[in-house]
Design a protein around this ligand. Structure first.
Ligand code: TYD
Ligand code: MG
Length: 450
């Protein structure tokens, strides 16, 4: 056994110190020293500098991409077409968002007989059993382990030879070779490195779960992003039921796919047709409600925007939004006032996106403007009207990206009339037979259609 020693290495300049210090003695940066292991110095010296065999591209056998399914199309798509053997995936997200639930569901639906191991370092086996019962998980090829020592975990994996491993979570495992606390950057990195090495060596697909705090200061998992092949984030508002699974890095696929799930009493269920989640259905005839289509990656999602305007009681008019940037709302109100002559200076304005959806897509600008105007005038839009378009400061309607996909989604969901930017109209003309496509040039024209 090579003697290993722990030192503190600066993440900024690489200088080493024998003890932890708040400030790096070499470069003077604060909080950059992380506990690391230096080992096998003698072995490294021996092999250093000797020539290695090289290959041309033609000599390398093409590795036919083998993948297997998680049984959930949404998950597979985000992974780039399924699980790649030997790949390491980091699954991050806020505590309680559903990471353990998602992974348990994925393990349940692996191809029959495929050996899998779920390592829980946080919850007892009894707790996992309870969750599994709730989700009706009954995969007999799935083994469970409750362990926090990464070296014991590695030894178990070596003996068991599973093809898929889930570690829940990286912040709860430690190695005795480091003196740092569980969850410290040093521990997290070292444990992940050991698991990654094993994954590559034994061709095991490993999913590492990591909690990410709200502040985005992801001391811990974030430092793993460069070590792993794929980084996924599970997002959503705990108050609402839908969850989005996004890839922020993927060596085996594109980043444009987004998985949409719904948290139900029986676990996370994939949602093939998400548009229904964000439409209230009962307010179609009410004023202030407008349907629009936004994009998540390459997927179009139809959703409902609502605006409510009320005469200001006293003082400044109030502007409140939920799910939509307040600054953008204020900008649109300014455009409506100046370019469309809508008197809003004595109106409180509330804007809301149904279902707790959060978006920053400027393609819904025009829809929100119409929702506001519809509320001010108390005139509902014609039933089945969908509105897409970005609004510029001059009051012009600007083209939006992927207009075709948006119109297609609207048509699929039975839209009768769709307002689109004049400048993109040519690309969607072919839908004119199925739906009444109305090109609009500026905000004044759009309000005129109300
Ligand atoms: P969990 O997977 O434990 O979150 P994480 O691992 O990201 O911390 O999910 C926790 C939440 O999910 C919890 O608030 C309960 C809810 N939940 C359901 O609504 N239905 C279910 O079937 C399960 C298992 C959990
Ligand atoms: Mg969990």
């Amino acid at each position: 056994m090579a003697k290993s020693k722990t030192v503190y290495t600066c993440q900024q300049c690489g200088a080493q110190a024998p003890k932890w210090q708040g400030q790096c003695p070499a470069c003077g940066e604060w909080n950059t020293l992380v506990e690391t292991i230096t080992e096998q110095a003698t072995k490294r010296q021996k092999t250093q500098g000797s020539a290695r065999p090289v290959n041309t591209l033609a000599e390398i056998a093409t590795a036919h991409e083998r993948r297997f399914s998680t049984g959930m199309q949404e998950f597979d798509a985000v992974l780039g077409g399924g699980i790649v053997p030997g790949s390491v995936v980091l699954l991050g997200g806020d505590p309680g968002i559903g990471k353990s639930t998602l992974m348990l569901a994925a393990l349940e639906h692996l191809p029959a007989g495929m050996p899998a191991l779920y390592i829980s370092a946080e919850e007892s086996l009894g707790q996992i059993k309870m969750r599994a019962e709730r989700m009706q998980v009954a995969n007999s090829s799935l083994s469970l382990l409750n362990e926090t020592d990464i070296d014991a975990i590695v030894a178990t994996i070596r003996e068991l030879h599973p093809l898929v491993v889930v570690l829940d979570s990286i912040q709860a495992v430690t190695t005795g070779d480091l003196s740092g606390q569980t969850g410290s950057v040093g521990q997290v990195r070292e444990c992940a490195a050991r698991l990654t090495q094993l994954a590559k060596e034994q061709d095991i697909a490993v999913f590492i779960i990591g909690h990410v705090t709200k502040e985005g200061v992801v001391a811990g998992p974030r430092t793993l992003e460069h070590m792993v092949d794929t980084v996924l984030y599970l997002e959503g508002d705990p108050v609402y039921h839908y969850r989005l699974l996004r890839a922020v890095k993927n060596r085996f696929g594109s980043l444009s796919e987004v998985g949409i799930f719904e948290m139900t009493a029986g676990g996370l269920q994939q949602v093939a047709n998400p548009s229904g989640l964000f439409i209230s259905g009962d307010t179609e005839h009410a004023s202030g409600s407008v349907l629009t289509v936004t994009m998540e990656g390459s997927r179009a999602i139809m959703l409902e925007l609502q605006a409510l305007t009320v005469k200001t009681g006293f003082g400044y008019p109030k502007r409140t939004t939920s799910g939509y940037p307040l600054q953008r709302l204020q900008l649109l109100l300014a455009v409506l006032t100046r370019r469309a002559g809508l008197a809003l200076y004595e109106q409180d304005v509330y804007a809301n996106i149904i279902g707790g959806y959060k978006l920053e897509d400027t393609a819904v600008d025009l829809a929100l403007c119409l929702a506001i105007a519809s509320s001010v005038r108390d005139v509902p839009l014609a039933q089945g009207t969908v509105v897409v378009g970005e609004v510029s400061l001059s009051g012009g309607i600007r083209p939006v990206r992927q207009l075709d996909a948006r119109v297609k989604e609207a048509v699929n969901l039975g839209a009768r009339k769709i307002l689109v930017p004049q400048l993109g109209y040519d690309t969607i003309k072919r839908y004119a037979g199925e739906v009444d496509c109305v090109p609009v040039q500026n905000i004044r024209d759009a309000l005129g259609l109300l």
